[in-house]
Each structure stands twice: as C-alpha cells, then as structure tokens.
Design a protein around this ligand. Sequence first.
Ligand code: FAD
Length: 373
Amino acid sequence: MKKVDIIVIGGGLQGASTALGLVREGAGKVLMFDEQLPTQRLSRGNFGLTWFMCKGANNPNYAKWCRMATTLWPEFAAKLEEETGYDVELEWNGGALHATSGAQFQMYSDAVANLKKVCSDAGMDYPARMVDREEFASMVPKMKLGDEVVGAMYSADQGTVNPMGAMAAMRAAFQKKGGVYYGGMIVTRVVPNGDGTVTVKTSKGDYQCSKLVIAAGHGSSRLLEDLDYHLNVYPTRGQIMVSERIEKKLDFPTLAVRQTLDGTFLIGLSTEDFGHNSEVTTEAMKNQAAGAIKLFPELGKVNWVRGWGAARVMTPDGSPIYDRLTEHKNIYVLAGHSAVSLAPVSATHVAPWILEKAEAPQISHFSNGRFNV
Ligand SMILES: Cc1cc2nc3c(=O)[nH]c(=O)nc-3n(C[C@H](O)[C@H](O)[C@H](O)COP(=O)(O)OP(=O)(O)OC[C@H]3O[C@@H](n4cnc5c(N)ncnc54)[C@H](O)[C@@H]3O)c2cc1C
C-alpha cells in the first residue's frame, strides 16, 4: 500500500484550491483524487463571480470571510498565472445587484449599512454602496436599463474569473509544486486506522495517509456516512443560459447577468429544490430570462444558444463547512457554496489550519456541528 502525507478527495474548486494551499505550505507528499463524473459538473458549471457583496447578511462571520477572500483574489490570480502561465481571465471591474422597486432598493441599502458595520467592527472595509438609476445607467453606457430599474447595490472591489480556467490553473500549480493529481480515481471507502492514519480505498488500489481532506462536493456525504458522520448539505439546482458571442458591452457583472471576455452573455440566478437532478427546464429559463430582460431589455433580442444545470452544495445557513472529525482527528471535511469566491482563503487559511500551522479563529464558526442542535 502506498503511504503519503495527505490525500485530498475531490479535485473541484474546493479540493483544488485547498490542495494547492497545502503544497505551497510544504505539506510533504500530497495526492488529489477526483472521479470526474459527468454529473459532478458543479465547478465547471458556475457563474464565475468572485464576490463578497450580499454574502453573509445574516451571518457576520461569513460576511467577513467572503470580504477577506475577495480582497485576496487579485494577488491569488496573479500568483496562479505566474506559477502556471494560464490566463484565469480575472476581470476586476466591480459588480452590481439591481433593484426594481423602491422597497427593494431600501432593503439593499439597509443590508449594505448593516454589513459595513459588521466588517468595520472587525477592522475590515466593506466597499459597497447604493447607486441611483442615473448613476447606474452611466456605469453601463453601452446597455439600456429597463424602465423598472430604480438603482443598484454596487462595489468596485469584486469581479469574475473563468471558473474552468481557474480550476485548471489551481490543479496545474498544485502539480508544479510537487502534488500528484489522479483524475478518474474513485474513492470507494475511507477507513480510519488505530494509529491515526487513514486508509483510502480507491478504484485503483489502497493508499494510506497521515491526514485526509474530504472535499468531494456532493460525493462527500456518502464517504462520511460510513464514519457515522452526517454532513449538513443539500443540493439546490441552478441553471445557466449562454448567448451567442456579440460585441462586448457590459464591463462588469450583475448578480444575474454577466458578459464574458469573449462576448457571450450568461444569465444565471435560478435556485430550485430538485435534489440531484441537474436537467435544464424551460420554466426556470423563462423566469430568469424574464428577470434579465427587465434589467436589460435588449437581451430579449440576443440568440440564446445553450444552457446547463448544476446542483449547488448548500448548507442550511449558506456558509461553508470546514470541520475536523471529533472521533478521527486526522480527517477534515470541506463543503459548501461559493468555492470560486472563496478559493483564495482555502489556499491561504484553510490549508494552514489543516496543517495545524496557524490558529484560524474564523474557521471554528464553520463547523458541521453548528447545525446539530
Ligand atoms: C448555477 C451555479 C452558479 C454558481 N455561481 C457561482 C459563482 O458565481 N461564484 C461562486 O463562488 N460559486 C458559484 N457557484 C458555486 C460553485 O460552483 C461551487 O461552490 C463549487 O463548484 C463547489 O466546488 P466543490 O469542489 O466543493 O464541488 P465539486 O465541483 O462537485 O467537486 C467535487 C469533486 O469531487 C469528485 N468526487 C466526488 N466523489 C468522489 C469520490 N468518491 N472519489 C473521487 N472523487 C470524487 C467529483 O467528481 C468532483 O469533481 C455556483 C453554482 C451553481 C450551480
């Protein structure tokens, strides 16, 4: 049986960003296993926002965590590009969430005031503000706003990446730093040993590691059940619509609509409770298209050429789970939504916590046990 220092199960955005952090921290021999099922396309099927805005309205710790992650993105992307030569297509032009009524505008305005206070109490800035219709229109000069748009919540300090490019870069950087990536490797069982090591049973043989990180998205629950550990996550489906390529008109994304560097528009704000079914439906597409057209009516004239669905890994309070098993101290679990936005903190804060190198007071707020009441 092969013996290594750390195994990370899951090569999606969560696993790849954490595995990269581990090798950057000099963690020894680190392996990353990923089964790459076509149905497990979450990290390849998302919107690519690197955002803090609107996150953590009811959870100050998550608000601060997201703010910290976003602050780190430009440096994180630059380092990734330097290490790999990949272009992760980071666009750091801000982002907005539009309001279509006075009441909604006021609600967003209250949320900004609340989160500014939360972050300022923690010594952090919260660079979001409300812009009225006139100012919002001046920020998107090549697009015409719909009549119902009254303004928007806006921050200049966030952006987007190409999520597939970023994930590929993280995997590549991981390997350049000595990590070993195994695609097409299915982990069938995790068996803790009496001496604290863990045996990982896979489709290609058994491995033994000193520490195990389970970051397998929706695949984590099954592996953890064998250890009598219930992971508090559930699937919520999101659907994304993609247009033909047209002239680049929108320089920064809104939460519902973005335009990529190559000119395709993406619409994607649906949230549905359909278990692990990731099919697309005309109903969800119709609803989200109607919302997008309210914002930018000209999107109704663009050709929409494809779409896909993916099941988010959602927790009851929307913030991630970073946990260490009480009965098996060398097994760690990482799960949750927003793994694009949070990728930098996975590398810079979660990885050192796993290595027991750094105190991470924030991480204690994200235990799986917080839901077991
Ligand atoms: C429509 C939509 C839009 C989104 N937009 C954004 C956004 O704009 N910004 C943002 O930050 N987040 C966004 N997200 C969320 C983001 O996509 C997820 O947080 C992220 O992809 C989760 O990554 P993960 O690594 O945890 O899970 P996954 O991507 O599911 O990766 C887990 C990996 O583990 C592998 N695996 C599972 N079981 C096993 C096993 N037994 N053995 C080996 N490998 C295994 C799987 O094959 C998979 O490759 C969006 C999600 C959706 C659905």
